[in-house]
Write a protein that binds this ligand. Structure first.
Ligand SMILES: [Zn+2]
Length: 357
């Protein structure tokens, strides 16, 4: 077990160190099972959920399971799902697949799962459509992403070459998106296994992320919006160069503070925990501190997003981390720029620099 940091100690983990082994499940609430799949990234796992469900069939109720989030498209994840289906579902079928958002670790195997079981994908319209576009243009990314990074101060030719070469990124992990879907919207109430689950839309991390809350069970499937150990990635990407996702993200998690303090949070990464409001306060404070650091640096001299990487992350980053970190650095700058606290100018080399005057 990795040692906890100070902030994590303020949360409680009712399941202790228990983890479901690959291909098995662990019950975390009545009718709610935890599935954990490996990921080939620094973030090495994702949590998926199985909810006991029933739907109306021709001869009465049909018993089965709803899947929440799918895992990435690769053989290891497919094989682990096959084990779960063979050993963990009590011989019952999967009745539907819900996806919190379009990211590859969440939507990846959605095409395979929905085809295998002949069931519908439930997802927000925004994430569905962005996923269709992103999966359908395999050459996307590369050059325009590199140009965007250069405009924010990345100069290392090796890094720029690698970013240019990284096309096909989303489509390689989400090769296919189901041709049809059912739309989830903020406030929608789903009946799953006799319990009501309310959809909470959240912004800033994905186009329109849906978290699910069941008042009767006291359970929130938070997806990537609230994670216990790491802060959610909130980034600006080249497709929307003037985006301002951080205020959207912070407002979204602030709304979740209305949920009961005792809520059991089921996050997509890390362990189920209690302490939702504490965690939201920690995340808000984390971003407030980053805003203060950025403002202080920009008051000294005009800064590009690349200049601020050391200020924000305080360590050297590899290329994969750098692209994520750049997105986050730009997100902090944009929140301050579009909030009227910083001015943005283009310098002689075509790089955006932000200053307090
Ligand atoms: Zn995500």
């Amino acid at each position: 077990m990795t040692p906890m940091n100070e902030q994590e100690k303020q949360l409680s983990y009712p399941l202790g160190d228990a983890l479901p082994a690959l291909g098995t499940t662990l019950e975390v609430a009545p009718g709610v099972r935890w599935v954990r799949m490996d990921l080939p990234f620094a973030l090495n796992h994702i949590n998926l959920w199985l909810l006991r469900d029933e739907i109306d069939g021709a001869d009465g109720k049909v018993q089965g399971w709803t899947i929440v989030d799918c895992g990435i498209t690769n053989d290891a994840t497919r094989n682990a799902w096959e084990q779960v289906f063979a050993n963990e579902l009590g011989g019952l079928p999967v009745l539907r697949v819900i996806c919190t958002h379009m990211h590859p670790d969440h939507l990846g195997l959605g095409h395979w799962l929905t085809e295998k079981w002949g069931v519908r994908l439930w997802i927000s319209a925004t994430d569905y459509n962005v996923a269709r576009v992103a999966s359908g243009i395999p050459g996307a990314g590369g050059v325009s992403s590199a140009r965007f990074m250069q405009s924010h101060g990345v100069t290392d030719p090796e890094a720029i070459d690698k970013i240019k070469g990284r096309t096909n990124y989303y489509a390689s992990m989400v090769p296919q998106v189901p041709a049809q879907y059912r739309r989830l919207m903020d406030g929608d109430e789903l009946r799953i296994g006799g319990h009501a689950w309310t959809c909470h839309a959240g912004y800033g991390h994905a186009p329109e992320h849906i978290s699910l809350y069941s008042p009767a069970l006291g359970v929130l499937i938070s997806g990537d919006m609230v994670l216990p150990r790491i802060s959610t990635n909130v980034s600006v990407f080249d497709i929307e160069p003037e985006a301002n996702p951080l205020p959207l993200y912070l407002a979204s998690i602030a709304r979740m503070k209305a949920l009961p303090a005792t809520t059991l949070v089921l996050p997509s990464h890390g362990r189920p925990f209690r302490g939702l409001r504490t965690r939201i306060d920690q995340l808000t404070q984390h971003h407030d501190e980053r805003f203060a650091d950025v403002l202080a640096a920009c008051a000294q001299a005009p800064q590009s997003a690349a200049d601020l990487l050391m200020v924000l992350f305080k360590r050297q980053l590899d290329l994969h981390q750098t692209t994520f970190a750049m997105g986050e650095s730009i997100a902090h700058l944009h929140a301050l720029w579009l909030g009227g606290k910083l001015v943005r100018r283009v310098d002689g080399s075509g790089v955006y620099r932000f200053s307090t005057a």
